[in-house]
Structures are given as structure tokens and as C-alpha cells.
Design a protein around this ligand. Structure first.
Ligand code: ARG
Length: 457
């Protein structure tokens, strides 16, 4: 078969130009959606009286047959198949002859590709949503398992305050909860059907677009034909949601890489989720976490690449839009690979509570020292300065804060009294942080219950 536009243009496309023009290597992944969309279009044409019952039956059975060929791998693509739409139409003609030429009545590849792409993205989004939920479930299980473990919490990668390890796991759960919400919102805007918009001006035949949208599982039909063929917001939104999921995995991965170093020793990856070195026999490397971190950069690039492609487009369909699919396919592939690995890795890693406890020093309770004075009625700014002086004094004396004589404290501030010792108990420091969202065991248990009840868990 020649190109779809023979009539106006003569002699066929230059071979090099044809290679650049073709999108089949990328958009062949849309085959199932293209067949599905075409079958729905046959029904719409039939309802509009544009096909006889016999023609509709023959076209539909031809589409079903070539769909089976595509599914089994028996479908043979031709060098002239510019894209998946061309390939499907060409094969349909071979299979059923004449009525195949009626399929494209009132339809353009512009509304067709936008429809196929949305259908694909809706399914891919649902798969990613499942993977996000799976990872959330692992984090909840981990949080439940590690309730008794205390770890040093960090800001600026410097020891800050003790927290429950469960609290830390759940901090990542909530980031993913927002991701799940974002995917769901993006889904609602993607579930709008462009089919029946023609090339840009609408279709010239009495197509029931609402019925068509419903048959394809969309929630509505796009209200403006020009917008319907131009709009790729759904792809950009999906890529943003994907990039942020990637960033969340990357941040988690980065911390886990640090925590699994010999210097920290807070956790050890299971052998099934670690790699060795070809040279150094002793190595156990966190390659999978590094890939999660590295691929998040790629996800950001895919988003910005699409945004840049969209930015200067004047109106309706422009061939630049053909560049929309690769980033979306790639982002979906990346997350489909990364999210389940993150889940397996988190599920199987072992935690070393002793190492975590040993990394909590008295300095991490300096805030509690200040809070102690606040409870005695001292304004916080004064209390902060006094606790700071105590830290400094202890450093000068080369001893821990809890080991410093009471007289030293008295010299710093008279409100320091003998009951000071309690300020240095990690358990007390934790349980005092009992307000909503805090790291006290009671508050974390409530948080855990909320996480379990959350929509996406
Ligand atoms: N392969 C094209 C794409 O992916 C299909 C639409 C072609 N439309 C056109 N007017 N040339 O965007």
C-alpha cells in the first residue's frame, strides 16, 4: 500500500524522509487500543447509518482477526506502514477487501491517535496505581513490624532528634499517598474521549459521540474538536505524577543507601536485592537503589522533554505531537520496573536496632533540655541559649551531656534542677511528642491506623 494521502501528492515519500516520518517502532504498542477504538468507530458509523449491517460485520470481524494476529505476533508489518493506524488499515484491506475503505469515514488519525493514546495511558496509569499501592502496603507492614525500633532522625544529614523507625517508614507512605491521589486526578482528566472530532473541525457525519465515549469506557466526550486533537495535558500530567513518584523513590533510596553503609550499619539489604563486584570479593552493593535514584533523573527529563515539545504548538494537530508517546511509554516502563523492586527490597531488608540505638547521642536530646526549662516557666529563647551553653560546656569537658555534673548545669541556669535526668531518657523524649503527627509511640500507632484506612492503602 502506498501512503494514505495519494491523490494530492505524487511519487511517494523519499526513503530518508519516510524513516523520519514513521512512528511505528514506537506506536505499535498502541495496537490493542487502535483495534478497540476502530471497532467502536464501526459501531458509531453503523448507528449513524453510514455502514450496512453486513459491512459493519465484515469490518469488525476483520479488525478482530488482525487483532488476534497482532496479539499472537503473527502480524507482519510492511515497510510502508508509517504508524500503527496505517498498519491496521492496510491489513484490514488485505483481509476483507473493499469495505475496509469505509472504516476511516469521518475520522482522522488526529482524533484516532489521541483516543488510542488516552486509552493506553488510562490502563498504564491503573497499573502504576496498583504498584504504588503495593509499595504503600509494604511500608505499612514495615511500620507495623518496626514499631519498637528507635533511630536517629536527621536534618542536613546531621543527627537531629530520635524518632521511631516506623515514623520514618510512614513519612514515605504519605508521599506515595499523594502520588496515588495525583494519578487518580490525572486519570479523571484523561478519561475524556476525542474520537469524533475529525482532523480538527469535528466530524461531518451524525456520530453520537457520547455513546462512542461510553462504549470505550471514557467518562465523557471532549467538548471542543480543536482542543480534543491538540490536548496532551493528560500526558504531561501523567509524566509529572510519574516524575514525582520517581523522586519519592529516589529520596527513599538515597537514605537507604546511606543507612546500609558500614559506617551507619542501620540496615542490610537482602542478598536478593543487592549486587556484588566483579573485582572486589567483599562488596555488597545497593545497585537497585542507585538505579531507582538514577532513573528518577530520566523521569524528570521525560516530563521536561514533552513540555518543551508542546510549548510552541500553534493549534490543533502538529506532527510534533508524534513525540508525545515515547516519553509516556518509557516513564510507565521505568515505574513498572522500579516500584515492585522497591517493594521487594523494603520487605526483605533487615534492620539493626542496636546500631540505630547506638547512634543516638545525648546531643540529640538538647531540645529536650531546653523544653525542660520551658516547663519550669523559662521563655524558650532563654532556654534554648542555656541548653546551647550546656552542649558547649560538655564538648569542652569532652563528656556527654548526661554525664555532666549537676553543678555545671546550675552554673548555666538556676532553673536546672536534679530532676533533669529525665530529659536524657530517649523513651521520654519520644513519648512527649504525642501531638498529632508526632513520633510518640501512641501518635505513631494512630498514624498507622490512618495509613491503613487511607483510600489508597
Ligand atoms: N503517527 C501520528 C502520531 O502519532 C498519527 C497522527 C498523524 N496525523 C497527521 N495529521 N499526520 O501523531
Amino acid at each position: 500500500m502506498k501512503q494514505l494521502w495519494t491523490g494530492r501528492l505524487e511519487g511517494g515519500l523519499d526513503a530518508k524522509a519516510s524513516a523520519l516520518n514513521a512512528s511505528l517502532p514506537v506506536d505499535r504498542r498502541l495496537w490493542a487500543q487502535d483495534v478497540r477504538g476502530s471497532i467502536a468507530w464501526v459501531h458509531a458509523l453503523r448507528r449513524a447509518g453510514l455502514l450496512t449491517a453486513e459491512e459493519a460485520r465484515r469490518i469488525e470481524s476483520g479488525l478482530t482477526q488482525l487483532g488476534e494476529e497482532l496479539s499472537s505476533g503473527a502480524f507482519v508489518f510492511a515497510p510502508t506502514d508509517e504508524d500503527i493506524h496505517t498498519a491496521v488499515e492496510r491489513r484490514l484491506g488485505e483481509l476483507i477487501g473493499e469495505p475496509a475503505g469505509k472504516l476511516h469515514t469521518g475520522r482522522s488519525r488526529n482524533d484516532q491517535v489521541a483516543t488510542d493514546f488516552r486509552l493506553w495511558l488510562l490502563e498504564a496509569g491503573d497499573r502504576i496505581q496498583e504498584d504504588v499501592r503495593g509499595l504503600q502496603a509494604v511500608l505499612v507492614a514495615r511500620a507495623e513490624r518496626d514499631l519498637g525500633t528507635v533511630m536517629p532522625g536527621y536534618t542536613h544529614t546531621q543527627r537531629a532528634q530520635p524518632v521511631l523507625l516506623s515514623h520514618w517508614w510512614l513519612s514515605h507512605f504519605w508521599a506515595l499517598e499523594r502520588d496515588a491521589g495525583r494519578l487518580e486526578e490525572a486519570r479523571s482528566r484523561a478519561a475524556v474521549c476525542p474520537l469524533g472530532s475529525g482532523a480538527l473541525a469535528g466530524t461531518a457525519f451524525p456520530i453520537d459521540r457520547e455513546a462512542l465515549a461510553t462504549e470505550l469506557g471514557f467518562s465523557s466526550a471532549a467538548p471542543n474538536s480543536i482542543d480534543a486533537v491538540s490536548d496532551r495535558d493528560f500526558a504531561a500530567e501523567f509524566l509529572f505524577a510519574a516524575a514525582l513518584i520517581g523522586i519519592h523513590c529516589s529520596r527513599m533510596a538515597d537514605a537507604l543507601i546511606l543507612f546500609s553503609t558500614a559506617e551507619f550499619g542501620f540496615l542490610e539489604l537482602d542478598d536478593a536485592f543487592a549486587t556484588g563486584s566483579s573485582l572486589m570479593p567483599q562488596k555488597k552493593n545497593p545497585d537497585l537503589l542507585e538505579l531507582a535514584r538514577g532513573k528518577s533523573g530520566r523521569l524528570i527529563g521525560l516530563l521536561t522533554g514533552l513540555l518543551a515539545a508542546l510549548k510552541g504548538l500553534p493549534s490543533a494537530y502538529d506532527k510534533d505531537l508524534q513525540e508525545d508517546k515515547l516519553p509516556v511509554f518509557e516513564a510507565a516502563d521505568i515505574l513498572g520496573a522500579v516500584l515492585p523492586v522497591m517493594g521487594g527490597l523494603l520487605e526483605t531488608l533487615s534492620v539493626n536496632p542496636e546500631k540505630m540505638a547506638a547512634a543516638i547521642d545525648d546531643g540529640m536530646l538538647a531540645t529536650d533540655l531546653a523544653d525542660y526549662l520551658v516547663r519550669k516557666g523559662i521563655p524558650f529563647r532563654q532556654a534554648h541559649a542555656a541548653a546551647g551553653k550546656a552542649v558547649r560546656r560538655a564538648i569542652e569537658m569532652r563528656i556527654g551531656l548526661s554525664k555532666m555534673e549537676w553543678s555545671e548545669y546550675q552554673a548555666i541556669h538556676p532553673a536546672f534542677e536534679k530532676d533533669l535526668a529525665d530529659a536524657f531518657r530517649v523513651e521520654s523524649a519520644l513519648s512527649r511528642r504525642n501531638a498529632l503527627g508526632g513520633t510518640a509511640p501512641e501518635a505513631v500507632k494512630e498514624q498507622l491506623a490512618k495509613a491503613k484506612a487511607a483510600r489508597h492503602a
